[in-house]
Design a binder for this molecule. Structure first.
Ligand code: NAP
Ligand code: MG
Length: 399
């Protein structure tokens, strides 16, 4: 029996719900524990425990990530009325992802996992395009009104110091609609820093785009904040790393993305990121073939799967069926967290293991052994479809 790999510092392990919780335990048992003296600080964010602790466990888990700098999270149920009945909850709980994001003040980075047998819809894409979505403000925190008839609409700012600013939005000739939105310099700045840090970490060029020709003050502020932070904090390290920061207009960016080879980080304002990440994900395969990491501006990282708890598969599993649920995003959440832990602790053995785990997973798919969701997309189509247990065993054989 070979000696297991040791870990100096813990990874914050955040367990979750339903099918992903089932796969979580299986991944640990078959792919991690045989090789690593796994050092984790465990938080159970299964819905029952969140309810029992009045969601305190979610806040503790987020604080633990801030402390230890690296977390790995399973998918979790966001409660709604149906879940309240199903799990006999005391009350509804906020989305754990939103709670964690608010505490870490982070930006979410999503990157497709590319395998040879699944071609992206856009034939020029050779390397993954990573999306960074700003997760605060704009249209997602708007105020809007339906206007019944003619009249004027104004924006009014009342400063705490008694100053006031007002501007006419429109002289409405008839009924219509109006909306106000905002963002904060601090939030834009932490979004920018997260993007620069991630680009350096992954050695990727960074693209950022807004519509500042039209929205000179609002989008203009995003452009200025990025440019200022780049010049004062990152220019020399970017040059040293041989990567570039590139700003353009959002419509120009979209045209360039489709004609590009990929292989860069695309920072998107909230709405652009919402729309464009779905475009990139579906053009690249599926949500189960996507890595997702929350990067906080103070250097903490949380790795997760981009998909949910795969509820329908879970009900089938509870009835005794061995489902063909794709565990790749969960495996890559673990490999990402272990590799980050390895970097911070200068643990080369652990770093090598994380790379081997990813390679074995991709090799398994490339050699035609895969779950049903991929079998539908792959060419050539595989001979047979594996259930999750067979698929994880197939990876373990290659490890
Ligand atoms: P979902 O869990 O992502 O699943 C939606 C569908 O996508 C599944 O029914 C399945 O399609 C397919 N799918 C997703 N992941 C897959 C995988 N790994 N392998 C194979 N197929 C996969 O979304 P949902 O059913 O709408 O949400 C279920 C729960 O997840 C909800 O309670 C929601 O609150 C939660 N959620 C959590 C997170 C998170 O924690 N990050 C994110 C989103 C949703 P087929 O049925 O066609 O096989
Ligand atoms: Mg969307």
């Amino acid at each position: 029996m070979a000696v297991k790999i040791c870990m100096k510092n813990p990874v914050v392990e955040i367990d979750g719900d339903e099918m992903t919780r089932v796969l979580w335990a299986l991944i640990k048992e078959k792919l991690l524990l045989p090789y690593i003296e796994l050092n984790t600080e465990y938080y159970d964010l299964g819905l029952e425990n969140r309810d029992r602790t009045d969601d305190l466990v979610t806040q503790e888990a987020a604080q633990a990530i801030l402390k230890h700098k690296v977390g790995v999270k399973c998918a979790t149920i966001t409660s709604n009325k149906a879940r309240m009945v199903e799990y006999n909850l005391k009350h509804l709980h906020p989305s754990p992802n939103a709670t964690i994001r608010a505490i870490l003040d982070g930006t979410v980075f999503r990157k497709p996992i590319i395998v040879r047998s699944i071609q992206p819809t856009v034939s020029t894409w050779k390397k993954p395009i990573v999306i960074a979505r700003h997760a605060y403000g704009d249209v997602y925190k708007n105020a809007e009104l339906a206007i019944p008839g003619p009249g004027t609409v104004e924006l009014v700012y009342k400063g705490k110091d008694g100053t006031e600013q007002r501007i006419q939005v429109a002289d409405m000739k008839g009924p219509g609609v109006v909306q106000g939105m905002h963002n904060l310099d601090d939030s834009i700045a932490s979004f920018a820093r997260s993007c620069f840090i991630y680009a350096l970490d992954e050695k990727l060029d960074l693209w950022f785009a807004t519509k500042d020709t039209i929205s000179k003050i609002y989008d203009g502020r995003f452009k200025e904040v990025f440019q200022h932070i780049y010049e004062t904090e990152f220019k020399s390290v970017f040059e040293k790393a041989g990567i570039t920061y590139f700003y353009t207009l959002i419509d120009d960016a979209v045209a360039r993305v489709v004609k590009s080879e990929g292989g860069f980080l695309w920072a998107c304002k909230n709405y652009d990121g919402d729309v464009m990440s779905d475009m990139i994900a579906s053009a690249s395969g599926s949500l189960a073939m996507m890595t997702s990491v929350l990067v906080s501006p103070n250097g903490a990282f949380e790795y997760e799967a981009a998909h949910g708890t795969v509820q329908q598969h879970y009900y089938r599993w509870k009835r005794g069926e061995k489902t063909s649920t794709n565990p790749v995003a969960l495996i890559f959440a673990w490999s990402g967290a272990l590799a980050k832990r390895a970097d911070l602790d200068e643990n080369q053995e652990l770093k090598n293991f994380a790379a081997r785990l990813e390679a074995a997973t991709l090799q398994t798919i490339d050699e035609g052994e895969m779950t049903g969701d991929l079998a539908r997309l792959a060419s050539p189509a595989p001979q047979n479809i594996l259930d999750s247990w067979e698929f994880i065993d197939a990876i373990a054989r290659r490890l």
